[in-house]
Write a protein that binds this ligand. Sequence first.
Ligand SMILES: C[S@@+](CC[C@H](N)C(=O)[O-])C[C@H]1O[C@@H](n2cnc3c(N)ncnc32)[C@H](O)[C@@H]1O
Length: 431
Amino acid sequence: MNFHIVSIFPHYFESPLSSGLMGKAVDSGLVNLDHVDVRHFAGGIHKSVDDRPFGGGPGMLLKLDPMVKALDSIEKPGRIMMMSPRGKPLTQARSRELSQEEDVTLICGRYEGIDERLLDLYDIELVSVGDFVLNGGEAGAVCLIESVARLLPGFMGHDDSGEEESFSAGLLEYPHYTRPDDWDGLKVPEVLRGGNHGAIDQWRRECSLETTLNDRPDMLPGASLTVEDIDYLRTLSRTRLGRNLYIALCHYPVHNKFGEKVAVSVTNLDLHDMSRVARSYGLGGFYATTPIEDQKALAEQLLNHWKEGAGSIANPDRAEAFSKVKVFDDIDSVVLDIQEQTGQCPRLAATSARLDRRKQAEPALTYEEVQGWLAKSPVLLIFGTGHGLAEEVLSKAAGILRPVRYLDDYNHLSVRSAVAIIVDRLIADEY
Ligand SMILES: C[S@@+](CC[C@H](N)C(=O)[O-])C[C@H]1O[C@@H](n2cnc3c(N)ncnc32)[C@H](O)[C@@H]1O
């Protein structure tokens, strides 16, 4: 496989790409490294490759002309990739895909980057090696070359070595041990020394599942899991952000479609669906607020029917969900209740279907921000009925969460749907 490396520092690659298995692959001709030094293509007496950016700003840019000449000098460039923090992430799947190619060209940026017009001239894929900024693309190119080359047949002693590694099956890898089996009392797990291959495979799978759940739970949605895997995952302890999350459905004060302040009546449907979300996601609690006596009585009657009356006999799971619901006059009393239960004052986030367009308005809260709160303290998420929460409720909150589908022109969801979507996004897991 040929890597054409376009850089202003070709010597950068000397040590990393000549060591260990990589060095052997280069010596054996399995991998061919073709260094294209951009400086050779620079004009003028100073052979300068950089210049100042139009529009001002810090730093310098790699000039277009030497880059174009450098790229044009490559006879068979194959896929052209440019290392860039703006790129799509380098993943094991992408490396595997690239290992099928005969030629790959890697452009390494330096300074503040490269004149953007290079992207208009060639079909270039941007690749990032992580959400951080390096001085240049060379270190990233080394990562890419190594991760691709080691998947080439003949690179490793056993060609299946790449199959069982982290990310290959959508999970992190299990731990490894070598001799001695007892190092100053630190023993290698018994199962690995017993010779029972079925038991070893099961132990390794379980370790992979556990490490992934603990360290990279974001990988689980993409992992192919058997029923046995899922049963095993269920036995493991998990961090449950949901325990800190409380939801409130406010029936007063809210707006009607004319922008007037009104009270909206309690509905059976809202209580059912929101309590089931609260129970399914293991939330701290669900509050329905209304100061109107007959509405409170109606809500209590509904709750009692399902918690203790005929409903509880027909549907015991509904009784379980309704055990999470409390009816209070207003948000202030909900805050006091949470404070009494947890010993902490909850942080309040309001929800709205509309962006706050007032001039002085703070930017909408992101899900990440509220997740940060949830890791530290209880959070009360307030949902409105009617046409949304009135100003006096909104002003109690530290902010308004970004509306669901805020980039689209239609986002008129029922409050029940919005609750389900928002809670799912905030808890942000499927585990
Ligand atoms: C100092 S960086 C330029 C950063 C650029 N101004 C930005 O903010 O996106 C110089 C070069 O390093 C490389 N580079 C930096 N961080 C990278 C990353 N995370 N992944 C891939 N390449 C990176 C790119 O080739 C980039 O052009």
